[in-house]
Design a protein around this ligand. Structure first.
Ligand SMILES: NC(=O)c1ccc[n+]([C@@H]2O[C@H](COP(=O)([O-])OP(=O)(O)OC[C@H]3O[C@@H](n4cnc5c(N)ncnc54)[C@H](OP(=O)(O)O)[C@@H]3O)[C@@H](O)[C@H]2O)c1
Length: 249
């Protein structure tokens, strides 16, 4: 089944921006949301050059404004007739070790990556349940597999939480026409990862998004991408001793 009308949150940069370009090449209509409307305007121009036959709606949206999330998704459904896929992608990586004065940043990461993702999943599933079809995709991370130190304390916890939430939703919707996918990207060069020092196995955003879009199109339950080394690292990470985890930042 071709998913024609796709909502992507966090489309103003990084994975969201590049996924939008790749879905435009596949001829999909796109509803693109983020706070930075100027970036979305630039993206819309690029997408119209990539494929002039698709419909594109850009919407200024702060996913922490939960009422707005429901409203934007519902209005998109009314405009496009149906929503076939929602990609819950918006996320941040702010924060520091607990007890060091960064509660505000840690809380912002928790709210954006988990509570706002919950709002997006709720809003998507209200539409999908009413339609009796749809594909929910959440963007977790390989860091969901283990506790991480320092700046990644809360980030990794939110990614474990969204992975668990997505699996629970999948159980609820087993054997229904509503499909549910969790994507766990490894290190992909974007604004979020620029803040951290160079990580092993980092790939550029086009390469990363090709593997993400392929997994989304296959509608797999869970994908660790790019496959090498992350499909294997998902099993290795939980076994690593904490002394080794101290070296990850
Ligand atoms: N890059 C990696 O290596 C990697 C690995 C694993 C998982 N991920 C996940 O992939 C997702 C995308 O990240 P990225 O790497 O593409 O980073 P990015 O370039 O920093 O993009 C993050 C996107 O999220 C949006 N966003 C953040 N807070 C928002 C808010 N309150 N409301 C609406 N949109 C918001 C940003 O848009 P505005 O600022 O314009 O609102 C931006 O478009 C995140 O969930 C991240 O955790 C990334």
């Amino acid at each position: 089944m071709q998913r024609q009308n796709i909502i992507i949150t966090g489309a103003s940069s990084g994975l969201g921006y590049t996924m939008a370009q790749q879905f435009a090449k596949l001829g999909r209509n796109l509803i693109l949301c983020a706070r930075r409307i100027e970036s979305l305007k630039q993206l819309k121009v690029e997408l119209e050059e990539i494929n002039s036959s698709i419909e594109i709606l850009i919407v200024e949206l702060d996913v922490n404004d939960h009422e707005q999330v429901f409203k934007v998704f519902k209005e998109a459904k009314d405009k496009f007739g149906s929503i076939d896929r929602v990609i819950v992608n918006a996320g941040i990586g702010k924060g520091a070790s607990l007890g060091t004065g960064y509660f505000k940043a840690n809380k912002e990461t928790a709210m954006t990556n988990f509570v706002a993702a919950l709002a997006q999943c709720e809003a998507a599933l209200e539409i999908f349940r009413e339609q009796n079809f749809g594909h929910l995709v959440t963007i977790s991370s390989v860091s969901s597999q283990k506790g991480f130190r320092g700046a990644f304390n809360v980030y990794a916890a939110t990614k474990a939480a969204i992975a668990s939430l997505t699996e629970g939703i999948r159980i609820d919707l087993l054997n229904t026409p509503i499909k549910v996918t969790t994507i766990h990207p490894g290190y992909i060069r974007t604004e979020i990862s620029h803040a951290t020092k160079k990580q092993p196995f980092t790939v550029d955003v086009e390469t990363g998004c090709k593997t993400i879009v392929k997994a989304i199109e296959k509608e797999v339950n869970v994908a660790f991408v790019p496959t090498w080394p992350w499909a294997m690292m998902r099993y290795v990470l939980p076994m690593l001793p904490l002394s080794v985890m101290r070296k990850f930042s």
